[in-house]
Design a binder for this molecule. Structure first.
Ligand code: ZN
Length: 394
Protein backbone atom coordinates (compact mmCIF):
# COMPACT_ATOMS: atom_id res chain seq x y z
CA UNK A 1 0.00 0.00 0.00
CA UNK A 2 1.47 3.32 -1.03
CA UNK A 3 1.93 5.90 1.68
CA UNK A 4 -0.62 8.67 2.04
CA UNK A 5 -0.31 11.65 4.33
CA UNK A 6 -2.78 11.19 7.19
CA UNK A 7 -4.86 13.92 8.71
CA UNK A 8 -3.81 14.56 12.27
CA UNK A 9 -6.14 14.92 15.21
CA UNK A 10 -3.50 14.86 17.89
CA UNK A 11 -0.71 17.47 17.58
CA UNK A 12 1.20 16.44 20.71
CA UNK A 13 4.99 15.94 20.29
CA UNK A 14 4.60 12.16 20.67
CA UNK A 15 1.95 11.98 17.97
CA UNK A 16 4.04 14.20 15.67
CA UNK A 17 7.07 11.95 16.20
CA UNK A 18 5.02 8.93 15.29
CA UNK A 19 3.66 10.55 12.13
CA UNK A 20 7.17 11.72 11.10
CA UNK A 21 8.57 8.22 11.66
CA UNK A 22 5.92 6.69 9.43
CA UNK A 23 6.58 9.22 6.70
CA UNK A 24 10.36 8.62 6.80
CA UNK A 25 9.91 4.86 6.82
CA UNK A 26 7.80 5.20 3.69
CA UNK A 27 10.45 7.44 2.13
CA UNK A 28 13.20 4.85 2.76
CA UNK A 29 11.05 2.03 1.48
CA UNK A 30 10.38 3.85 -1.77
CA UNK A 31 14.05 4.76 -2.25
CA UNK A 32 14.96 1.09 -1.99
CA UNK A 33 12.56 0.20 -4.78
CA UNK A 34 13.94 2.68 -7.32
CA UNK A 35 15.70 0.95 -10.20
CA UNK A 36 15.63 3.17 -13.25
CA UNK A 37 15.93 6.86 -13.96
CA UNK A 38 12.24 7.03 -14.74
CA UNK A 39 11.48 5.46 -11.32
CA UNK A 40 13.57 8.26 -9.86
CA UNK A 41 11.58 10.98 -11.61
CA UNK A 42 8.27 9.50 -10.52
CA UNK A 43 9.63 9.32 -7.00
CA UNK A 44 10.71 12.97 -7.09
CA UNK A 45 7.33 14.16 -8.38
CA UNK A 46 5.43 12.08 -5.86
CA UNK A 47 7.31 13.67 -2.95
CA UNK A 48 8.21 17.12 -4.17
CA UNK A 49 5.64 18.20 -6.75
CA UNK A 50 4.32 21.61 -5.79
CA UNK A 51 0.82 20.56 -6.65
CA UNK A 52 -0.23 17.73 -4.35
CA UNK A 53 3.25 16.31 -3.71
CA UNK A 54 3.66 14.64 -0.30
CA UNK A 55 5.53 17.63 1.11
CA UNK A 56 2.75 19.96 -0.01
CA UNK A 57 0.21 17.68 1.63
CA UNK A 58 2.23 17.68 4.84
CA UNK A 59 2.18 21.43 4.74
CA UNK A 60 -1.59 21.54 4.22
CA UNK A 61 -2.70 18.64 6.41
CA UNK A 62 -0.28 19.06 9.31
CA UNK A 63 0.93 22.64 9.46
CA UNK A 64 -2.08 24.57 8.23
CA UNK A 65 -4.46 22.36 10.21
CA UNK A 66 -2.51 22.67 13.45
CA UNK A 67 -4.10 24.56 16.31
CA UNK A 68 -2.54 27.93 17.01
CA UNK A 69 -0.61 26.89 20.11
CA UNK A 70 1.02 23.91 18.31
CA UNK A 71 1.91 25.80 15.09
CA UNK A 72 5.43 26.65 16.09
CA UNK A 73 6.38 23.11 17.03
CA UNK A 74 4.68 21.62 13.99
CA UNK A 75 6.32 24.20 11.70
CA UNK A 76 9.75 23.28 12.95
CA UNK A 77 9.15 19.58 12.42
CA UNK A 78 7.71 20.11 8.98
CA UNK A 79 10.78 22.11 7.99
CA UNK A 80 13.05 19.35 9.20
CA UNK A 81 11.09 16.72 7.30
CA UNK A 82 11.23 18.87 4.21
CA UNK A 83 14.99 19.17 4.40
CA UNK A 84 15.30 15.43 4.95
CA UNK A 85 13.06 14.54 2.02
CA UNK A 86 14.76 17.03 -0.32
CA UNK A 87 18.19 15.70 0.56
CA UNK A 88 17.11 12.10 0.05
CA UNK A 89 15.54 12.88 -3.31
CA UNK A 90 18.67 14.75 -4.45
CA UNK A 91 21.08 11.98 -3.42
CA UNK A 92 18.87 9.30 -4.89
CA UNK A 93 18.62 11.04 -8.26
CA UNK A 94 22.39 11.62 -8.26
CA UNK A 95 23.02 7.92 -7.76
CA UNK A 96 20.50 6.88 -10.38
CA UNK A 97 22.08 9.19 -12.95
CA UNK A 98 25.55 7.85 -12.06
CA UNK A 99 26.52 11.40 -11.16
CA UNK A 100 29.92 12.41 -9.87
CA UNK A 101 28.96 11.68 -6.30
CA UNK A 102 27.67 8.16 -6.90
CA UNK A 103 30.91 6.26 -7.60
CA UNK A 104 28.78 3.21 -8.29
CA UNK A 105 27.30 3.02 -4.82
CA UNK A 106 23.94 1.25 -5.06
CA UNK A 107 20.88 3.28 -4.15
CA UNK A 108 20.19 1.14 -1.12
CA UNK A 109 23.61 2.02 0.30
CA UNK A 110 22.96 5.72 0.01
CA UNK A 111 19.83 5.27 2.03
CA UNK A 112 21.67 3.26 4.67
CA UNK A 113 24.32 5.94 4.99
CA UNK A 114 21.67 8.55 5.54
CA UNK A 115 19.73 6.50 8.02
CA UNK A 116 21.77 7.74 10.96
CA UNK A 117 19.89 11.00 10.55
CA UNK A 118 16.53 9.44 11.04
CA UNK A 119 16.64 9.31 14.79
CA UNK A 120 17.55 12.94 14.95
CA UNK A 121 14.80 14.23 12.72
CA UNK A 122 12.05 13.86 15.28
CA UNK A 123 14.06 15.55 18.01
CA UNK A 124 14.49 18.87 16.29
CA UNK A 125 18.30 18.72 16.17
CA UNK A 126 18.73 17.80 12.51
CA UNK A 127 20.14 21.17 11.56
CA UNK A 128 22.94 20.98 14.14
CA UNK A 129 23.88 17.33 13.78
CA UNK A 130 27.22 16.23 12.40
CA UNK A 131 27.26 15.08 8.78
CA UNK A 132 28.84 11.69 9.24
CA UNK A 133 28.43 10.93 5.55
CA UNK A 134 31.34 13.24 4.69
CA UNK A 135 34.61 11.40 4.01
CA UNK A 136 36.93 11.42 7.04
CA UNK A 137 40.33 13.08 7.27
CA UNK A 138 43.02 10.60 6.26
CA UNK A 139 46.03 10.85 8.57
CA UNK A 140 49.06 9.19 6.99
CA UNK A 141 50.84 6.63 9.17
CA UNK A 142 54.41 7.47 10.08
CA UNK A 143 57.28 5.05 9.60
CA UNK A 144 60.80 4.60 10.90
CA UNK A 145 63.50 6.66 9.21
CA UNK A 146 65.90 4.32 7.34
CA UNK A 147 68.83 5.33 9.59
CA UNK A 148 66.82 4.85 12.80
CA UNK A 149 65.54 1.55 11.45
CA UNK A 150 69.10 0.40 10.78
CA UNK A 151 70.17 1.51 14.26
CA UNK A 152 67.27 -0.27 15.93
CA UNK A 153 68.02 -3.47 14.03
CA UNK A 154 71.70 -3.35 14.96
CA UNK A 155 70.92 -2.51 18.59
CA UNK A 156 68.43 -5.41 18.56
CA UNK A 157 71.22 -7.83 17.58
CA UNK A 158 73.24 -6.82 20.65
CA UNK A 159 70.23 -6.76 22.95
CA UNK A 160 69.70 -10.39 22.02
CA UNK A 161 73.25 -11.03 23.23
CA UNK A 162 72.38 -9.52 26.62
CA UNK A 163 73.71 -6.01 26.02
CA UNK A 164 71.83 -3.11 27.63
CA UNK A 165 71.27 0.21 25.87
CA UNK A 166 72.92 3.34 27.28
CA UNK A 167 72.62 6.96 26.18
CA UNK A 168 74.37 10.19 27.11
CA UNK A 169 74.45 13.96 26.43
CA UNK A 170 75.30 15.34 23.00
CA UNK A 171 76.93 18.41 24.59
CA UNK A 172 79.94 16.99 26.38
CA UNK A 173 82.94 18.20 28.32
CA UNK A 174 86.45 17.92 26.97
CA UNK A 175 87.10 15.47 29.82
CA UNK A 176 84.54 12.89 28.73
CA UNK A 177 84.98 13.37 24.99
CA UNK A 178 88.80 13.32 24.93
CA UNK A 179 90.81 13.23 28.15
CA UNK A 180 89.25 10.19 29.82
CA UNK A 181 89.43 8.32 26.54
CA UNK A 182 93.19 8.62 26.49
CA UNK A 183 93.40 11.70 24.28
CA UNK A 184 95.56 13.90 26.60
CA UNK A 185 95.75 17.65 25.87
CA UNK A 186 97.85 18.32 22.76
CA UNK A 187 97.70 14.66 21.78
CA UNK A 188 97.88 14.54 17.97
CA UNK A 189 94.88 12.21 17.88
CA UNK A 190 92.65 15.20 18.71
CA UNK A 191 93.46 16.58 15.29
CA UNK A 192 91.86 13.54 13.70
CA UNK A 193 88.49 14.95 14.62
CA UNK A 194 87.26 18.35 13.60
CA UNK A 195 85.48 19.25 16.77
CA UNK A 196 82.62 21.76 17.08
CA UNK A 197 83.31 23.66 20.31
CA UNK A 198 80.76 25.66 22.27
CA UNK A 199 81.75 29.36 22.21
CA UNK A 200 83.11 31.39 25.15
CA UNK A 201 84.51 28.49 27.19
CA UNK A 202 88.09 29.79 27.34
CA UNK A 203 87.83 30.94 30.95
CA UNK A 204 87.15 27.35 32.10
CA UNK A 205 89.84 24.72 32.68
CA UNK A 206 90.32 22.69 29.50
CA UNK A 207 88.66 19.55 30.85
CA UNK A 208 85.43 21.42 31.68
CA UNK A 209 85.04 23.16 28.31
CA UNK A 210 81.92 22.17 26.40
CA UNK A 211 81.79 20.77 22.90
CA UNK A 212 79.48 18.71 20.71
CA UNK A 213 80.53 15.12 21.21
CA UNK A 214 82.54 13.78 18.28
CA UNK A 215 81.75 10.15 19.11
CA UNK A 216 79.49 8.19 21.44
CA UNK A 217 82.51 6.95 23.42
CA UNK A 218 81.98 9.40 26.35
CA UNK A 219 78.99 7.26 27.31
CA UNK A 220 81.40 4.35 27.89
CA UNK A 221 83.18 6.33 30.63
CA UNK A 222 79.91 7.70 32.04
CA UNK A 223 78.51 4.17 32.26
CA UNK A 224 81.64 2.72 33.87
CA UNK A 225 81.47 5.52 36.46
CA UNK A 226 78.02 4.41 37.58
CA UNK A 227 78.05 0.63 36.92
CA UNK A 228 80.60 -1.80 38.32
CA UNK A 229 81.99 -4.58 36.12
CA UNK A 230 80.94 -6.82 34.50
CA UNK A 231 79.11 -4.67 31.92
CA UNK A 232 77.90 -5.21 28.38
CA UNK A 233 76.45 -2.08 26.81
CA UNK A 234 75.54 -0.76 23.39
CA UNK A 235 75.35 3.00 22.79
CA UNK A 236 73.38 4.43 19.84
CA UNK A 237 73.34 8.18 19.29
CA UNK A 238 74.01 11.36 17.33
CA UNK A 239 77.49 12.82 17.03
CA UNK A 240 78.84 16.01 15.44
CA UNK A 241 81.95 16.98 13.54
CA UNK A 242 82.94 20.00 11.54
CA UNK A 243 82.60 18.23 8.18
CA UNK A 244 81.00 20.11 5.29
CA UNK A 245 78.01 18.14 3.99
CA UNK A 246 78.58 16.07 0.86
CA UNK A 247 77.55 12.67 -0.50
CA UNK A 248 79.39 10.80 2.26
CA UNK A 249 79.79 13.40 5.05
CA UNK A 250 77.43 15.27 7.30
CA UNK A 251 78.14 17.58 10.28
CA UNK A 252 75.63 15.46 12.21
CA UNK A 253 75.72 11.71 11.91
CA UNK A 254 75.12 8.60 13.99
CA UNK A 255 77.21 6.03 15.78
CA UNK A 256 76.62 2.79 17.57
CA UNK A 257 79.29 1.76 20.04
CA UNK A 258 79.58 -1.24 22.26
CA UNK A 259 81.60 -2.11 25.32
CA UNK A 260 82.05 -5.37 27.19
CA UNK A 261 84.13 -5.55 30.38
CA UNK A 262 84.59 -8.61 32.59
CA UNK A 263 87.37 -10.82 33.87
CA UNK A 264 89.24 -12.71 31.15
CA UNK A 265 87.74 -10.92 28.15
CA UNK A 266 90.05 -11.61 25.21
CA UNK A 267 90.40 -10.62 21.58
CA UNK A 268 88.77 -13.98 20.82
CA UNK A 269 85.59 -12.78 22.55
CA UNK A 270 85.69 -9.62 20.45
CA UNK A 271 86.01 -11.56 17.20
CA UNK A 272 83.36 -14.10 18.10
CA UNK A 273 80.86 -11.46 19.24
CA UNK A 274 81.30 -9.21 16.21
CA UNK A 275 81.32 -12.09 13.74
CA UNK A 276 78.03 -13.32 15.21
CA UNK A 277 76.56 -9.80 15.15
CA UNK A 278 77.45 -9.25 11.48
CA UNK A 279 75.96 -12.61 10.50
CA UNK A 280 72.80 -11.81 12.46
CA UNK A 281 72.54 -8.41 10.76
CA UNK A 282 73.69 -8.99 7.18
CA UNK A 283 72.89 -12.70 6.81
CA UNK A 284 74.63 -15.89 7.82
CA UNK A 285 76.71 -16.11 4.64
CA UNK A 286 78.86 -13.01 5.33
CA UNK A 287 82.46 -13.52 6.37
CA UNK A 288 84.44 -11.18 8.58
CA UNK A 289 88.08 -10.14 8.47
CA UNK A 290 90.20 -7.99 10.80
CA UNK A 291 93.16 -5.80 10.01
CA UNK A 292 95.32 -3.71 12.38
CA UNK A 293 94.39 -0.11 13.07
CA UNK A 294 94.87 2.60 15.67
CA UNK A 295 92.49 4.26 18.14
CA UNK A 296 93.68 6.12 21.27
CA UNK A 297 91.30 4.24 23.58
CA UNK A 298 91.97 0.66 22.45
CA UNK A 299 95.12 -1.43 22.28
CA UNK A 300 95.44 -3.45 20.14
CA UNK A 301 92.98 -1.90 17.67
CA UNK A 302 91.49 -3.30 14.50
CA UNK A 303 89.19 -2.51 11.62
CA UNK A 304 86.66 -5.15 10.81
CA UNK A 305 85.56 -5.89 7.27
CA UNK A 306 82.60 -7.94 6.14
CA UNK A 307 82.48 -9.74 2.83
CA UNK A 308 80.45 -7.57 0.44
CA UNK A 309 76.76 -8.42 0.97
CA UNK A 310 75.92 -6.75 -2.34
CA UNK A 311 78.12 -8.80 -4.70
CA UNK A 312 78.58 -11.76 -2.35
CA UNK A 313 82.32 -11.09 -2.11
CA UNK A 314 83.05 -11.53 -5.82
CA UNK A 315 83.72 -7.82 -6.47
CA UNK A 316 81.46 -7.94 -9.54
CA UNK A 317 77.75 -7.66 -10.21
CA UNK A 318 77.22 -9.53 -13.44
CA UNK A 319 79.50 -7.87 -15.94
CA UNK A 320 79.68 -4.64 -13.91
CA UNK A 321 82.27 -3.90 -11.22
CA UNK A 322 80.74 -3.72 -7.70
CA UNK A 323 81.03 -0.11 -6.59
CA UNK A 324 80.13 -0.34 -2.86
CA UNK A 325 83.13 -2.62 -2.18
CA UNK A 326 85.31 -1.01 -4.87
CA UNK A 327 85.66 -4.47 -6.48
CA UNK A 328 87.55 -5.81 -3.46
CA UNK A 329 84.71 -8.03 -2.21
CA UNK A 330 85.12 -6.51 1.28
CA UNK A 331 83.45 -3.58 3.04
CA UNK A 332 84.99 -1.87 6.07
CA UNK A 333 82.24 -1.78 8.63
CA UNK A 334 83.59 -0.92 12.08
CA UNK A 335 86.52 -0.08 14.31
CA UNK A 336 87.25 -2.12 17.43
CA UNK A 337 89.88 -3.19 19.89
CA UNK A 338 90.75 -4.15 23.46
CA UNK A 339 90.10 -1.33 25.96
CA UNK A 340 93.39 0.47 26.65
CA UNK A 341 94.41 0.01 30.31
CA UNK A 342 94.89 3.81 30.46
CA UNK A 343 91.13 4.24 29.97
CA UNK A 344 90.39 1.96 32.94
CA UNK A 345 92.64 4.21 35.06
CA UNK A 346 89.95 6.93 34.89
CA UNK A 347 87.31 4.61 36.42
CA UNK A 348 89.64 2.54 38.62
CA UNK A 349 87.76 3.65 41.72
CA UNK A 350 84.61 1.86 40.54
CA UNK A 351 86.17 -1.58 40.24
CA UNK A 352 87.86 -1.26 36.84
CA UNK A 353 91.34 -2.42 37.85
CA UNK A 354 93.19 -3.16 34.60
CA UNK A 355 95.10 -5.96 36.36
CA UNK A 356 91.80 -7.74 37.07
CA UNK A 357 89.39 -6.83 34.28
CA UNK A 358 89.70 -6.48 30.54
CA UNK A 359 87.27 -5.56 27.83
CA UNK A 360 86.65 -4.82 24.21
CA UNK A 361 84.95 -1.90 22.47
CA UNK A 362 83.67 -1.28 18.96
CA UNK A 363 82.01 1.50 17.02
CA UNK A 364 80.25 1.73 13.68
CA UNK A 365 78.37 4.24 11.51
CA UNK A 366 74.73 3.28 10.92
CA UNK A 367 74.34 6.06 8.31
CA UNK A 368 76.88 4.36 6.07
CA UNK A 369 75.43 0.93 6.75
CA UNK A 370 71.98 2.27 5.76
CA UNK A 371 73.48 3.76 2.55
CA UNK A 372 74.92 0.37 1.64
CA UNK A 373 71.91 -1.63 2.73
CA UNK A 374 69.37 0.46 0.80
CA UNK A 375 71.62 1.24 -2.17
CA UNK A 376 71.47 5.02 -1.61
CA UNK A 377 74.36 7.00 -3.10
CA UNK A 378 74.01 10.33 -1.26
CA UNK A 379 74.05 10.64 2.54
CA UNK A 380 72.35 14.06 2.35
CA UNK A 381 69.13 12.42 1.16
CA UNK A 382 68.69 10.93 4.63
CA UNK A 383 68.67 14.35 6.30
CA UNK A 384 66.71 16.51 3.84
CA UNK A 385 63.32 15.27 5.07
CA UNK A 386 61.90 14.81 1.59
CA UNK A 387 58.90 12.63 2.23
CA UNK A 388 58.94 11.28 -1.36
CA UNK A 389 62.39 9.84 -0.66
CA UNK A 390 61.69 8.59 2.86
CA UNK A 391 58.38 6.97 1.90
CA UNK A 392 60.26 4.37 -0.16
CA UNK A 393 61.61 2.77 3.03
CA UNK A 394 58.30 2.68 4.93
ZN1 ZN B 1 80.77 -5.84 -3.66
Amino acid sequence: MAYTVPKLKDFSPAALDKAADKLLAALDKEVAEIKTESDGKTFRDRWMARKNGILTQVNDLWLKAAPKDAKRDVGQRVNELKARVEQTVDTTLDHIRGGASSKGVPVGRARARDSAFQDRVGTGSYAECLDITLPGLRRPLGAEHPVIKTMNEMVGVFRNLGYSVQEGPEIETDYYNFESLNFPPNHPARDMQDTLFIANQESKPLRDRLLLRTHTSPVQIRTMEKMKPPIRIVIPGKVHRNDPPDASHSPMFHQIEGLAVDINITFGDLKGTLDHAMKAFFGSSVKTSFRPSFFPFTEPSAEMLVSCFICGGSGRRGSEPCRPCKQTGWIEILGCGMVDPNVFEFVKGNGYDSRKVSGFAFGMGPDRIALLKYGVDDLQLFFQNDIRFLRQFA
